[in-house]
Design a protein around this ligand. Sequence first.
Ligand code: ADP
Ligand code: ZN
Ligand code: ZN
Length: 831
Amino acid sequence: MPRSNASYADLILPLAVPQYYTYEVPEELQAEISPGCRVIVMLGNRHYYTGIVRNLHNNPPIGYEVKPIISLLETIPLISEGQMEFWEWVANYYMCTVGEVYRAAVPSGLKLESETTVFLAGVHGEPRLSPAENELVDILEKSEGISIRQLAQLSGKKNVLPHLNSLIDKGIVSLEENLRELYKARTRDYVVLQASFQDEEMLKDMLDKLERRAPKQAELLMCLFQLTGHAEQPAEKPVPVSKPQLLATAGATTATLKSLVDKKVVSVQTVEISRLANVEQTSAKPWALNEKQTTAYLHILDDFKTRDVTLLHGITSSGKTEVYIHLIEHYLRQEKQVLYLLPEIALTTQIIQRLQRIFGNQVGVYHSRFSDAERVEVYHNLRGIIKKDSPSFKIILGVRSSVFLPFENLGLIIVDEEHENTYKQFDPAPRYNARDAAIVLAGMQGAKVLLGTATPSFESYLNALNGRYGLVELLERYREIELPAVRIIDIHEARRKKKMHTHFSQPLVDTIQETLNNKEQIILFQNRRGFSPYIECTDCGRIPVCKNCDVSLTYHKKRNQLRCHYCGFTIPNPSQCPDCGSHSLQTRGFGTEKIEDEIRILFPDARVSRLDLDTARSRKTYERIITDFEDCKVDILIGTQMISKGLDFDHVRIVGILNADNMLNFPDFRSFERSFQLISQVSGRAGRKGTQGTVFIQTSNPGHVVIQYFLKNDYKGFMKHQLHERQAFKYPPFYRLVKLTLRHKNFEILNRAARHLADELRKDLGERIVGPEFPLITRLFTFHQKCILVKLERDQQFSARRKIIQNAVDHVLTNSNFKGLHSIADVDPYS
Ligand code: ADP
Ligand code: ZN
Ligand code: ZN
């Protein structure tokens, strides 16, 4: 590549600033630097950042003193031109800065900055370290994790980032505390016989000596001898034996082994194994598609000849995943890459294994529950920097943020469960929708997109009806497994007749008992939103609220605490009311924890487990809960949305939706759509294999349009009904929304600023402006907040109108009357 010899570089820094920063390129770097390379720079006098070179040029910046680039981290660009163009699209469409996109797009280990905290992950074997690296390791050894800034101070070195980068590459330094464990787990110690003892005579002598003085060591040595195969055929090179295996086989301790190491009879060698899947090289054939699936498969490929996006509307268990697998094969044959997107909670071991069974270690997984180091490894892999035991990935199975991976040659993007609201990033910026961003990314790479779902989003369905997307249907379950029976239970009626004392109606209780007697399983679903338990004083009605936010504090039984789910503010659970002193405090609302309590009282012999954000913090605990349920070690699984996705259980007889009303009544224009989708998905867990399952829906509004259409199993009818309303009230998918949230600590200033902004906007956009209004939560993190909603036509002017909005916002933000004002723009918001 021709080098520019330019003296200046415009950099992307991971900050919410609208412009690029210009730095000077020192002469010695001019021949090496190119766009997409990472550099270390200083901003202000203390902060170091990893920046990305966007452009190189010879125009000195005017108005400020330009600082030099401190170091260049690579000469082959880490970020391609195409990636940067994609970042710019995201920033432009979602009204944020490219720096914010960079922050979301690149794993932390690749963008160190002064405030990043680092840890010593452990030094294995004898890695070759530079003097500077050794010095840093010494300091880190004495600390429990420190920020890079502190490390720089302690070492007296200004620029420690390049050395740290190198230490991270070697696996010696890591960014997250829990990673220290992970790192240890991912290296393996092998025990080998020292060269001098490979001579049989020498070994025999040694064994004789040991047998007398240290029989345990002799036994261990004998065991090693046998495991390496030396007993039969002394090889040139000893076969390494893993340390755990050796110790287990010999029944020996580490101390015994250490004595042998000290005597220089054996040595322990640490070998780094890939942190990514240790997958066997498997290559099972995919199942043959049945007739309906084959038709769908061919139809999709045919659609792709004329269209870039196709919607696969296929009910649960119709075999969508099988169709995806065949499509993946098709694109791999053409030497193309495939990105398979799943919502966070749907990315489970089950689906990973299903793909690995066919595609072996060509599958890379990109998951937010993985450590940063694992994410860095996937990133590197796609850039061609590959660890010795993992081949380059052809398929990435990943969540939202994997649209930012460095693909070079995409042929197909599959967006499974395309309707899922978790594809949309809520906070912080970039507030992007990964499904929509994937469609743009595919366009940039000449790839096709398949959107798959049992309950299409209204956006995608309308696009299909309009002919912008292809539409393929798969509306029969594979092998015609019966759909579950549905029973609606009117809890309003039951409560009125005083027949319901817990959150379980009598028919549901009876059926649970029956199911337990039959040794079959039960899933109980409780939507989390709006149902967190809180404390109320029964005498004066006081409900403890957060001191920073306008929300009631959530009661956590295990820790006996009250906690704000927004800002984390916590107080011990009071024993008496702070207002009236009454001791009569009651828990209200019901979360999954409360339901678990009730179930344990109702069915004391049942084995109960709970799956929600509290119980499934880490990947390990999440997987354990799922596996226990799969293995029938648990009878009743209680859970939130987390149980609704991508899980395939064999013995679930009934699914209970404990309260459909709070989903239906949630104040959001998408709440009916969302409720139908959730109810369908949760129901899909019932009776997938074997006998027909039953779904119980408890509601006080059995006549509700969502419930009625669900009973008729008529999603298409439901969509058509709802689309009329959306059109009438100017909502998506007919219009696009931009939601502006203004925040200020001072209520008066906030109100004036919001009114001012709305007035400004109305000058150009008139009736399209709704508000300002108070959102559901009027105060958050000590900031008052107010919202303005903009409803925009889906036309050519959308881009220009976003600019108008941005200008008006900037105008208000720079107005000295409104100092301290914050603004958030959310394009295509979800609530
Ligand atoms: P979906 O993704 O639409 O929910 P799946 O692909 O998971 O459906 O299929 C449901 C079940 O049926 C899975 O256990 C799958 O292995 C099985 N299945 C689907 N299609 C076939 C096929 N053609 N041959 C064998 N098994 C199939
Ligand atoms: Zn009180
Ligand atoms: Zn709070």
